[in-house]
Design a protein around this ligand. Sequence first.
Ligand code: GTP
Length: 434
Amino acid sequence: MAAKLRLEKTLFVLVVLTAVAIFGRDWLLRETFVIDPAADFNSRLYGDKNAGGTTDTELLSRSPEGFEWRCDLRSGSAYPYCGFEIFIGESRTRGIDMSDYQKVRLWLDYEGVNTSIRVFLRNFDRRYSSAADDTSTKYNQVEFAADSPQDFYEFGFDDFFVANWWLREHNIPPHLSHPQFNNLVSLEIQTGSGHMLGEHRFALRRVELVGQRYDTADWYLGIILAWAGVILGFLAYRVAVLTGEVRDRKIREQELIEVNALLDTRSRQLETLAKTDSLTGAFNRQGIEEAIKHGLWEWRHDHKPLSIVMMDVDHFKQINDTYGHSVGDIVLAGISSLVKEHIRTTDLFARWGGEEFVLVCRNTRINYAAHIAEKLRRLIAEHDFEEVGQVTASFGVAALSGKSSIEDLFQGADEALYRAKDKGRNRTEVAGGL
Ligand SMILES: Nc1nc2c(ncn2[C@@H]2O[C@H](COP(=O)(O)OP(=O)(O)OP(=O)(O)O)[C@@H](O)[C@H]2O)c(=O)[nH]1
């Protein structure tokens, strides 16, 4: 929830930034090149004397308040003129790229007989300019009437055209004849084309060339790329988070599977323990009950025979009395493991109580159960028990038949066992008449 809120906040901030980037584009990208008289720009005042004229020029002052000059335009040359040039580039050949600039602003006061003034933005390009010939630098020109006093004069870069006389004098081919601002070396203020003879006074306070840092298309492309980056970053983050979640889930699932398997095993162990006699490891009465129920069901539904063998250790009291109760315990456990080793997996061996055991033989006829009993009897009798030596046991065998019940079955086996005891022990007796 907190992460989602954080995401929404981030999105909101990004949308606001995008809106600012779009609507505040002009303000954000604006770059202004200022020609301030207080700054250290090289400049020159010129007249038409080189062209055979007689115009007088005079620099009146150069102070932080502005460049001030006057000229007295006189007849003499075919085109009398005077002008003031400010060098804005590093040199006369290395200028400033102002291709993306839009406006020129002039703070200029003029007094004189002429109201027309020319402004040149001079561009040096080796395709047509040479360092040796100052006039070969392109004359991007705009001409305006300085007849109405105003705060500043403003022209668009689009308003500039290349002076015709310059194109003609330098034989400029058409493909190079357009205005160009990619290497501006100087700005000039010159008397207009009207050639009004007489006094002209200029005071240039400030010039601003207004442009923008980046191209508009690049700016929008940058915004789009930034968003693409944000979206890609977000997707990468989501993929990483989801991968982590899937990995964690898998680990948790694996842990759960392991815990379940452990619990399963444990519950089976506990189940077995609940049905097992702790001393001998044989099943207890609960175990017998289940095996008998199972056998009874098989007898009734599948007509499979069910036999049981009752076993009682002979003279066990004597063993206890002679060797102690704990040795007696060891003998009982020994007999149990001996028997368990030699019975089928379908047979269930359980402790009936004290030194008495019962073997439930499912799907077993009485003759075969008697055979098993005999085998076990011999096995016990032939075994050498630690400390005690020889131990014997008596066996009574019975099977379900006809109308007999479970009670009859146990009673039959019990009676057979007592017969075996009566007849001298270490014997197997089979119940009859069941
Ligand atoms: N050590 C030990 N003795 C037990 C245990 N349960 C019963 N007994 C003893 O087993 C003896 C059984 O004695 P009896 O019932 O007289 O029978 P027996 O001595 O085996 O004589 P017969 O069965 O007639 O051959 C008793 O002394 C019981 O105390 C047991 O868990 N451990």
